[in-house]
Design a protein around this ligand. Sequence first.
Ligand code: TEU
Length: 563
Amino acid sequence: MSRREWWHDKTAYQIYPKSFFDSDGNGIGDLKGITDKLDYLKDLGIDIIWISPCYPSPLADQGYDISDYYDIDPRFGTLEDMDELIAEARRRGISILLDLVVNHCSDEHEWFRKACEEPDGRYGKYFYIEDRDPSGKLPCNWRSYFGGSVWEPLPGHPDKLYLHMFHKKQPDLNWENPEVREEVYRIIQWWMNRGIAGFRIDAIMNIRKALPFADYPATRNDGLCDASETLETVEDIGDFLDEMRDRVFIPNNALTIGEVFHDKYEDLEDFIGDNGYFSSMFDFSHVVKGQSLLGWYDRRQITTEEYKRCVIEAQRFISDKGFYSNVIENHDRPRAASYYLPPEGRNETGKKCLALAYFMLRGLPFIYQGQEIGMENTLFDSPDDFDDISTLDEYQVAVDAGLSEKEAMEVAALYSRDNARLPMQWADSRNAGFTSGDPWISVNPDYTYINVCEQEKRADSLLNFYRQLTALRKDPDYRETIVWGEFIPVYEDQEGLLAYHRKGDRDLLILANLKSQTQTVHIDTEHRVLLNNMEDIRRNNSDLVLEGWQGVILELVRSDQQI
Ligand code: TEU
């Protein structure tokens, strides 16, 4: 049984600062814009905010390429703005998590510049720099996550190569070098001293490489192997993670949420058990489902039945051994409404059903900006419309694999990370109320009817439904059960029905009909309806007839009686 922690009963919210709210009209969201919207977040019931990177960066990967860990990018504001944001958030009982991106830095970081000046000097050892084989053979055949080899000529040194698991403007830091690890701890300590609660930890499974560099079986006909495949053979990543936890996370009582892509359930306790590397990690079981080593063009959009099976399995494995962070969206994903809901369920009822289904799972729920109003994917006409480097690469991969340009566009548009990165839709006014200037990326035209302002006014809106969910989580009568209660799935074989108990001092039954057809659930226990995404609930003797995409939370009154 894992220890109870201060953050367990909270609700978290992810902000992608560039697209959240622009306070100064330059078309780019900023920190002051976040401060301006703190009351909105408070009203939504948010207690923890994770802010995607806002440090100085050339923005090659939208801030996940950091050129100075100790400052704020002027486009997002200043350190004073950050201090003000932290203080204003604290005044409202909201904690701030920043994004810790330390697998790599930017090629414009001073460390890398110095490494280029003197590859054999101190800073050369901060990176993975190898001599170039005159035959042209690379140190290994790994493919970077954003396409092409992980090896790139070191600027100014045609005889040398450096490693980048992500974009070539994101050179990997060499964690084997204790000096690098000290730098990381210094960064963490510096930000903790400024008053943040902790970090979301980026791409952390990449910090230890499979050494010595060697070729792996190719996964595509480019002869390269996916970088992620090589991580499977790394066994001792725990050494680094233990050290980081002991040196800086524990002494600072930091809240740490790992971006951990790791499918070995048997290791879960090492990661998020009582003495785990992190406080929590995202449950990505349903995110990786349907992915293909060949690329997005071979990816499969998962069904809601598959979604259900993934979360049930994940919840079973974790049980009370740790506390997952539950998500259906983030800045790397298409919009949940567009990805999980089929066209006939892509409406407020379907969105509420999905919200209720994941929000009541055991763990810390994260809401991604705009999810609470049901923002959807946008339309892209041509590859020129994409900003994201990953999308541009995947479009090309699809074309190279033989898809027509039209088909490749469809694939890229469906999965594009840009979908999640379009401006937050605050109102039906110009630029969705995001900026008074020209937005850095186009606004989704559906802002005229999907926006905060409209949903504020409507009692039955998705936004208000999310408010009900966060309020229920905080309700002293239900908190114990919703936060720490057991997760017990039921009716597992009923296709398209996600049904589970949360059992603590109360007994709640969550029923989510994740399909368009009605489904009947037999229930002979006395119960009351705590939340329903439809006006009513149909009954047939002791059967509940759930309409397509109906989701309800029931409280069973006689908890001794099983259904
Ligand atoms: O993502 C890490 C990651 O492994 C991938 O899921 C990545 O998002 C995907 O391959 C892109 O299609 C993290 C960040 O969340 C992401 O935004 C960054 O681009 C990446 O690290 C590099 O810092």
